[in-house]
Design a binder for this molecule. Structure first.
Ligand code: TXE
Length: 492
């Protein structure tokens, strides 16, 4: 058993109460790490430490270039330790080691990009319409940022918030998911090694329902950045509203992957398979609705099922494995419940449809890659986020119907389009209501390009140039350079 501590004010601490909880490896089903179970008191210590750091000369006294260099250094350390961190994540969340390695090896780019951006944050001089007056703006940090992240990409989703927040000069309190705290705590050691001053980054571990509100509602928290389910996101938003705090929310979706009859058939099959079965469907951008044009509908289903059947399940630490376990017990039950609901609703199950009982799955929480055909847009399996390896396939006639079905969702995180027709590409990109549109590809992302939701998938953007704005506030400074203060009783 690995014993972990939280990082608060530059110290490695247990919870004040001494309480802990266990982290379970979803493949073996066994506890492998013991993690501090923070309470409101610990959260208070962490937020206060972050506030002290925010005001401290050690952090405030750094110029933007120096701040940026610390982030660049942190990126280099993550690059050095990427494979070791990836292994921790796989043990904690059961995602494939190949995927976690790729994610961790790419993650340094966020620190380098935002580190480079730190000293390019500039104010403006306004050509003000008052004689003798000089008006300019300052771009300032907000203060203490509270970040709350889920279990599917533990470090990556933290990095997307941490890098711009620190580049802008804020300090940070991070609560990773209770299912996957270990990699965040290990990452905390790199924060220290990079020379980031104590208290600038604090990591508290515990259950969302126990400490989430204490963190979001804390009077010294100035901004909240959240990734997770939409019900929790709504609760976080309400708590933040009581304190009039800005929030960014990334809340998952029910993304449509639309295949037209003129698409490159084999590429589309691969794209739809990777859209739903990569990460065992446990990804916010999962292409969980495949919309397939009628002329190729049956042929597509057949090819898709044949290809999906070849997926190797098993130990996520084995590089040959292609589909891993479900990360948590509640999520496992949720996925199986949705499979039951889809069957009751009359969807035609053409692949999988239950727990995976294969010998290579061991004691893990595995669900067979599952495909439902002849789904109608109003079925729950076509409307609600499953967050597992379950695809709903819906036939359509033409562009207009595809757009209507794709947009007929409360969510709007991403959409995929497969076609060779350039005019259609442009039309679909313009009319689909989603924050990311992938055409003849799926699931690519970069530190350079904005990511975030439309509709109930949330708001605010992560990555890309403008993401830094989520962590800044603009101050307007007026200077009367005329030397003549006017008579206050005469209106100007
Ligand atoms: O996520 P939660 P859960 C979806 C997916 C899944 C569902 C629930 O459909 O089935 O959400 O998953 C913290 N105040 N996604 O329960 O609850 C919690 O501790 C403040 C989509 O695992 O959203 C964790 O750190 N925080 C998604 C974080 O919120 C609270 C990724 C996310 O947990 C809190 C994961 C509270 N009251 C699940 N309650 C995506 N968009 O990628 C919990 N938390």
């Amino acid at each position: 058993m690995r014993d972990c501590r939280m990082l608060i004010g530059g110290e490695w601490r247990e919870a004040a109460s001494g309480a802990t909880f266990e982290s379970i490896n979803p493949f073996t089903g066994k506890a492998w790490a013991r993690v501090p179970r923070a309470a409101a008191e610990d959260v208070d210590h962490a937020v206060r430490a972050a506030r002290v750091a925010f005001m401290s000369p050690a952090w405030r006294g750094l110029n933007a270039t120096q701040r940026g260099k610390l982030l660049t250094k942190l990126g280099d350390l993550v690059a050095r330790d990427a494979d070791a961190l990836a292994e921790l994540e796989t043990r904690d969340n059961g995602k494939l080691i190949n995927e976690m390695r790729a994610q961790l090896r790419y993650m340094p780019e966020w620190f380098r990009y935002f580190g480079g951006l730190a000293d390019k944050i500039e104010g403006r001089v306004i050509p003000i319409d008052r004689p003798g007056m000089f008006n300019y703006t300052l771009e300032e940090p907000l203060g203490v940022v509270a970040a709350i992240t889920p279990w599917n990409s533990p470090l990556m989703l933290g990095a997307w918030k941490l890098a711009p927040a620190l580049a802008a000069g804020n300090t940070f309190v991070w609560k990773p998911s209770e299912y996957t705290s270990v990699s965040a705590l290990e990452f905390g050691k790199l924060i220290e090694e990079a020379g980031i001053p104590p208290g600038v980054v604090n990591i508290v571990t515990g259950y969302g329902h126990e400490i989430g509100e204490a963190l979001v509602g804390h009077e010294l928290v100035a901004k909240v950045a959240f990734t997770g389910g939409d019900a929790t996101g709504a609760a976080v938003y309400q708590t933040a509203a009581r304190g009039i705090k800005p929030v960014t929310l990334e809340l998952g979706g029910k993304s449509a992957n639309i295949v037209f009859a003129d698409a490159d058939f084999d590429n589309a099959v691969k794209g739809v398979v990777s859209g739903i079965f990569a990460a065992t469907g446990q990804t916010c951008v999962a292409g969980s609705r495949a919309l397939v044009q009628r002329p190729i509908y049956e042929k597509f289903l057949e090819a898709f099922v044949a290809f999906a059947k070849t997926a190797r399940m098993g130990d996520p630490l084995d590089t040959a494995t292609q589909v891993g376990p479900i990360t948590t017990e509640p999520q496992y039950r949720k996925v199986l419940d949705y499979i039951g609901i889809a069957k009751q609703e009359g969807a035609r199950c053409v692949l999988g449809g239950g727990p995976a009982k294969r010998s290579e799955c061991g004691a893990g929480l595995f669900v067979e890659p599952t495909v439902f055909a002849d789904v109608t847009p109003s079925m729950r399996i076509a409307q609600e986020e499953v967050f597992g390896p379950v695809l709903a396939v819906i036939p359509f006639e033409d562009e207009e119907e595809a757009i209507r079905i794709a947009n007929g969702s409360i969510y709007g995180l991403a959409a995929g389009v497969w076609t060779k027709d350039i005019a259609r590409c442009l039309k679909m990109a313009g009319r689909l209501e989603a924050g990311t549109i992938w055409i003849n590809t799926y699931r690519v992302s970069s530190y350079l390009s904005p990511f975030g939701g439309y509709k109930r998938s949330g708001f605010g953007r992560e990555s890309g140039l403008l993401a830094i704005r989520e962590y800044l506030q603009e101050k307007s400074v007026w200077i009367d350079a005329s030397g003549e203060t006017p008579n206050p009783f005469v209106t100007r």
